[in-house]
Design a binder for this molecule. Structure first.
Ligand code: HEC
Ligand code: HEC
Length: 389
């Protein structure tokens, strides 16, 4: 983390903005969003242009971003899974296992605090340093090999023109340009066209099944409390738009685990407390968005629930009571459990309706949008050795 903080200074996040005026030739980016949806906030030193977004897309899919040419961002963030990987925890370079489930990237630009439990991770520009250079867990293996990474990119004929087109004043691949292009591409990942959106915002009464309509009523009912935490336009209280006066955020202990007899909490599950040091934050994780959630299994910060049924059963029981196995946990009796996770009396039919509602949040256009897809030809060196999940 110390190392990342130093880089944050170098690349000009955290307020030390290096000015990159938009080039005269830059095509202003046009957001693929309806009028009812404000665009995400855009940092003053990283304006959106079509050239930059396209460069970012090439970088996102390019496995030469990893030290051995096998791992690209797409190795853990796949479009047709709403940019998740289908694994409990991801596998990075040299088969290294991560410790947290890979979150989806739909509407990443609206997320004020990125990753599961880090209140300091406030920009996509800064976040990109983690997979690129982080070594705990090692995802792309470039720690200490920065110069080699940028030399590899500079040698590619596409990048030889794409970097100057996107950054006329600073035309080489470096920390500043690579992280900004990746962030611009990720800000372009907008998903607001699910059947539920058509029902709710466009007035298409036939867009939802009767089961999904019943599920919507239950989701927004006090008996279940879902909407208290999964609130607002993206079904999460973590939200910032270009019109927000301030970032809304929310972290909770949903009763997965508990303190053991020795006063310890299971390793890698202490959540927000890791960075705040506050014991009251033990086991708290960020409330995730539920858009496209039917495609992003397995669930929770550690991928410990395989299906939506398991998640709903977790809430029905007011937390976890699993005695043995890799996901053993006794959070249902934890004093740290959030006051809204108290169990409910959902019937099987009600759970099926809530799941039908959650399934209506799947935006198939997002999953197949060519603007977000892999731009490289299959035999290109960028992807020749790339491993996908
Ligand atoms: C080896 C798997 C892996 C690779 C490769 C990877 N990621 Fe991730 N990504 C993750 C995991 C795991 C997390 C959650 C980390 C955490 O919460 O501690 C994550 C989190 C994120 C987030 C935060 C999303 C949110 O809603 O909080 C963004 C943005 C992101 N990754 C972008 C990228 C980009 C850009 C790249 C390529 C430079 C990349 N990732 C490469 C596994 C990966
Ligand atoms: C007290 C706040 C709160 C309430 C109430 C709540 N959730 Fe959650 N939800 C969270 C948090 C926080 C997580 C992530 C927990 C973790 O991974 O440790 C989560 C995770 C989830 C996930 C997994 C998403 C993913 O990407 O892994 C689903 C699905 C979900 N909740 C649905 C619901 C439903 C349906 C309800 C109502 C029955 C509900 N939630 C009630 C806060 C809440």
């Amino acid at each position: 983390m110390g190392r990342l903080a130093i880089w944050a200074g170098c690349i000009g996040v955290a307020g030390l903005a290096l000015a990159t005026p938009a080039p005269l030739t830059a095509e202003p980016y046009s957001w693929p969003i309806p009028a009812w949806m404000p665009p995400p906030p855009v940092p003053a030193d990283n304006p959106m242009t079509t050239q930059k977004v396209d460069l970012g897309r090439h970088l996102f899919y390019d496995a030469r971003l990893s030290a051995d040419g096998t791992v690209a961002c797409v190795s853990c963030h796949v479009q047709d899974r709403a940019f998740t990987d289908g694994r409990e925890v991801p596998v990075g370079i040299n088969g290294t296992f991560g410790i947290r489930n890979a979150p989806g990237l739909a509407n990443a630009g609206y997320v004020p605090m990125l990753t599961w439990a880090n209140p300091h991770m406030t920009s996509l520009e800064f976040q990109a340093l983690m997979p690129l250079f982080g070594d705990n867990p090692d995802e792309m293996g470039n720690n200490g090999q920065e110069a080699a990474l940028f030399a590899r990119l500079a040698a590619d004929p596409y990048y030889a023109t794409a970097f100057p087109d996107a950054f006329p004043d600073r035309p080489a691949p470096d920390l500043f340009t690579v992280t900004r292009a990746l962030a611009a591409f990720q800000r372009s990942l907008i998903s607001v066209d699910s059947p539920y959106d058509r029902f709710k915002y466009w007035g298409d009464k036939d867009a939802l099944s009767d089961a999904a309509k019943r599920g919507e009523q239950l989701f927004f009912d006090h008996r279940f409390e879902c909407y208290h935490c999964h609130s607002g336009i993206h079904f999460t209280e973590n939200l910032q738009t270009s019109r927000s006066a301030f970032a809304e955020t929310g972290f909770h202990n949903t009763g997965l685990y508990n303190i053991d007899g020795a006063g310890a909490y299971p390793a890698n599950n202490t959540g927000l407390m890791e960075l705040t040091g506050d014991p009251a934050d033990m086991g708290k994780f960020r409330t995730p968005s539920l858009r496209n959630v039917a495609l992003t299994a397995p669930y929770f910060h550690d991928g410990s629930a395989a299906t939506l049924d398991e998640v709903l059963d977790h809430y029905r029981q007011g937390g976890r009571s699993i005695a043995t196995g890799p996901h053993a946990g006794h959070g249902a009796t934890s004093p740290l459990r959030d006051g809204m996770i108290v169990g409910n009396s959902a019937t099987k039919a009600e759970i099926a309706d809530i799941i039908a509602f959650l399934e209506s949040l799947t935006d198939t256009g997002f999953l197949t949008n060519p603007a977000y897809a892999d731009p490289w030809p299959a035999d290109h060196p960028a992807v020749a050795d790339r491993v996908l999940p």
